[in-house]
Design a protein around this ligand. Structure first.
Ligand SMILES: [Cu+2]
Length: 163
């Protein structure tokens, strides 16, 4: 650091001190603080600590380790799922063994919201009795999502929980 910069900085610091003192002592006693002698010392080489540039740590989300995989058994029978909650880890590779025991068609579809916005996964619709294996990747973001059968969006719904 050049001497001129040190002077500038000293000036700035003293100014800041005066400002702060002014604010801290609202009434009376406006004795300016003993003009900080620590800053004014000249020819000493600039302390090394000031040279450290402030590094903004832009954490590049590590996504550590391989993603987990989970297998879920899901049954559709009498136009109803056998569970109202499916829970998986964040970012998991999800395998759903889907068992449609009805003659009417069903599927499993996962959406971000209960109004079926932003599909995360939409499984093929098929009539039973039959079984099908679905695979998809769970959202990375923990939270409560939504699943349903697209053929029966009123009767067959549930919470898809990522945690
Ligand atoms: Cu259905």
């Amino acid at each position: 650091m050049r001497p001129r910069d040190v002077l500038l900085m000293a000036f700035f610091v003293v100014g800041a001190c005066v400002l702060i003192a002014g604010c801290a002592a609202p009434e009376g006693d406006v004795t300016t603080p003993t003009a900080s002698p620590t800053v004014a010392m000249t020819d000493t080489p600039a302390p090394t600590e000031t040279s450290a540039p402030t590094t903004e740590t832009a954490t590049p989300s590590p996504t550590d380790g391989g993603s987990q995989s989970v297998t879920i058994d899901l049954v559709a029978e009498n136009t109803a799922f056998d569970t109202g909650t499916l829970t998986v880890p964040p970012g998991a590779e999800v395998t759903v063994n889907f068992d449609n025991r009805d003659t009417v068609p069903h599927n499993l579809a996962v959406y971000e919201t209960a109004s079926a916005e932003n599909a995360i996964f939409v499984g093929e619709i098929f009539s039973g009795p039959a079984q099908m294996t679905y695979t998809f990747t769970a959202p990375e973001e923990p939270g409560t999502y939504f699943f349903r059968c697209d053929v029966h969006p009123q009767q067959m719904t549930g919470d898809f929980i990522v945690e």
